[in-house]
Design a protein around this ligand. Structure first.
Ligand SMILES: Nc1ncnc2c1ncn2[C@@H]1O[C@H](COP(=O)(O)OP(=O)(O)OP(=O)(O)O)[C@@H](O)[C@H]1O
Length: 575
């Protein structure tokens, strides 16, 4: 928790003002009962109406002051805690942005979302509470005791009995609730995960008639969260009545003993009223602090989860001294590269060596799970290799800045991703300042103009979240256009033509050939027809290179390639 407080530093001025306002408000509150005692003792009992008016008016002024100070402090503390939450959210977001895909897997998307929203809200609420309570509670407590002792020292013995009683009750309840508070956040995570899987996988769930099963799964997670929340609430619900019982007994005891003292002429009625008010202030300050303490376990569990994200050092970081390439633009060279996913038994790709040159189309083909996607994801440095060297523009990717490296690469992922916005926005994602002509040209090459023209608003048609209102093939073509508009040195198409029909696939590749003739093009594909015209074809088998060459050469030399070809093409086609 403490580690997060450093984000409050920029708000030192606001915090100082809050402390000052609350300090003054407490002084006002402590002064009011004394004025009240004066009115009763000197005004009411003696029947001095002008005195009542005078002191009453003064009391009103003090009360108004207290209200204004309280509102100002409340306004400032809400603003400070909200800003603290905003800064923390951006920190978590910016840090998570640097994570490698492996680190994303480690936390899980749902948990990262809960940590950036609900967990930060918990900490934010505690900060808000603390800003007000940290000064108000001790002041009211100490001031209450001092003023009570000042009003009537002997009667103050009641406090000596009550305060420990109150503390024991709070501690008993507090220790039971702490454990439950911690488990609440984990259960929210779980509920979010089930909800997310349900919402994103709704088509599969419906097609497999698993709606009832998923409903039960959701109900289980929901019930689990509800039952823990209910248990916490039940414990919390006992707190208030118990505290009120102790407070009411205290009042009773005070009135009882004060009655005896007033009867004996040792105390005045006004002092009794003031005394009760001071004791109330003191007890309420204990209650406020106890409330804050109830928030601490949950907020500190949340703070630990936030810190876990903030302290996770991204596996991939830029070297302090990065090198810039000055030759061989676009050349990609794998030198005996081996890479394993963290925790995997065997490497996903082993001993890979090849060079992809500018002006050439290099294709990767292989069975499913043979390591094609893994291999191309090493080039933009989504993962770091275990051994060997991977050079882009003649320099090891680990010696370049990630931004510089990625600016050279146009990567179309296997699963096309679109963002909420118009079609033009989605294509412009590749190049912020792309003109309308450039966008149209990219769409032309990607064979997307046809279906865009058929849409109601053309390039201004809206793409829903996740691109749900366009087909798989349309999504692929838009994500290809997004890369084309960028005109990078290197194009990586990871199985990006798989959802296209043969005709569109062929048209797109021939348009692409002219468009990107000077760049390095890497095409990952399952279909032989997509790769047969490539300048170099690399055949992958279980993470190793089984053959490198042109279509005809491989047909003669590579058994794995022959098997792939014969499984897809008729004999005349393959020739
Ligand atoms: N994020 C990951 N974590 C752990 N293992 C992974 C991960 N992604 C892929 N793998 C494993 O690495 C191997 C290669 O997978 P990869 O996705 O590179 O194959 P591919 O040839 O692209 O397959 P496909 O054509 O089906 O997409 C597989 O055994 C797969 O299980």
């Amino acid at each position: 928790m403490k580690k997060l407080f450093k984000y409050l530093r920029p708000y030192r001025l606001s915090i100082s003002l809050i402390v000052l306002f609350i300090f003054l408000q407490c002084l006002c509150n402590l002064y009011l009962p004394t004025l009240m005692a004066k009115i009763v003792d000197n005004g009411v009992i003696k029947g001095d109406i002008p005195y009542i008016w005078r002191i009453g008016g003064f009391m009103l002024a003090v009360s108004i002051c207290a209200v204004v100070l309280s509102i100002s402090a409340g306004f400032l503390s809400s603003r400070t805690s909200s800003s603290f939450g905003r800064v923390l959210r951006s920190e978590v977001f910016a840090h998570a942005e640097q994570f490698t895909l492996h680190e994303f897997d480690h936390f899980g998307t749902s948990s990262l979302i809960t940590r950036s929203t609900n967990d930060i809200t918990q900490v934010q609420q505690l900060v808000n509470m603390m800003l007000r309570m940290m000064i108000m509670a001790p002041l009211n407590f100490i001031g209450g005791i001092l003023m009570a002792v000042y009003t009537d020292a002997r009667l103050s013995l009641v406090i000596v009995v009550m305060v420990p009683l109150l503390a024991i009750a709070i501690f008993a309840i507090f220790s039971r609730a702490t454990v439950l508070f911690k488990s609440l956040q984990v259960k929210i995570d779980k509920l979010n995960r089930v909800l997310r899987e349900n919402l994103t996988g709704i088509r599969v769930i419906r097609s497999f008639n698993r709606v009832d099963f998923e409903k039960r799964r959701f109900d289980d997670a929901n019930l689990d969260l509800t039952s823990t929340t209910t248990r916490v609430q039940k414990i919390m619900a006992t707190l208030m009545p118990l505290l009120m019982l102790i407070i009411n007994f205290s009042t009773l005891a005070i009135i009882w003993f004060a009655g005896i003292r007033i009867n004996n002429g040792l105390m005045q009625v006004g002092s009794l009223i003031a005394f009760i008010q001071y004791v109330m202030q003191l007890l309420f300050s204990i209650m406020m602090v106890s409330m804050m303490f109830f928030m601490i376990p949950r907020a500190s569990a949340s703070a630990a989860r936030i810190n876990e994200v903030l302290e996770k050092v991204p596996e991939i970081a830029d070297r302090e001294l990065v090198r810039h390439a000055n030759g061989a633009p676009g050349t990609i060279e794998f030198r005996n590269v081996t890479f394993s996913y963290p925790g995997a038994e065997k490497p996903a790709v082993s001993n890979i060596s090849f060079v992809a040159r500018p002006g050439q189309v290099t294709a990767l083909i292989g069975g499913t799970g043979s390591g094609k996607s893994t291999l191309v994801s090493l080039i933009p440095r989504f993962y770091d290799i275990d051994s060997g060297a991977l050079l882009v523009d003649g320099i090891d990717v680990r010696e370049q800045s990630q931004e510089n490296l990625r600016s050279k690469i146009g990567y179309v992922p296997q699963k096309a991703i679109l963002f909420t916005g118009t079609i033009a926005d989605n294509i412009r994602y590749g190049k912020d300042d792309a003109t309308d002509e450039e966008i149209k040209h990219a769409a032309d090459i990607a064979q997307a103009t046809g279906f865009i023209a058929e849409m109601q608003n053309g390039f201004d048609s809206f793409i829903e979240q996740g691109g749900t209102n366009v087909s798989g093939g349309q999504k692929q073509r838009l994500s290809i256009a997004r890369v084309l508009v960028r005109r990078p040195e290197i194009y990586i198409f990871d199985d990006s033509f798989s959802a296209l029909d043969f005709k569109t696939d062929a048209k797109l590749r021939s348009a692409l050939k002219e468009e990107v003739s000077n760049s390095t093009v890497l095409i990952v594909a399952q279909r032989v027809s997509t790769v047969r015209d490539a300048d170099v074809i690399i055949v992958l088998d279980e993470g190793r290179i089984a053959g490198i060459g042109k279509h005809r050469e491989l047909l003669e030399t590579c058994q794995v390639y022959r098997e792939i070809v014969s499984s897809q093409l008729s004999e005349e086609e393959s020739a």
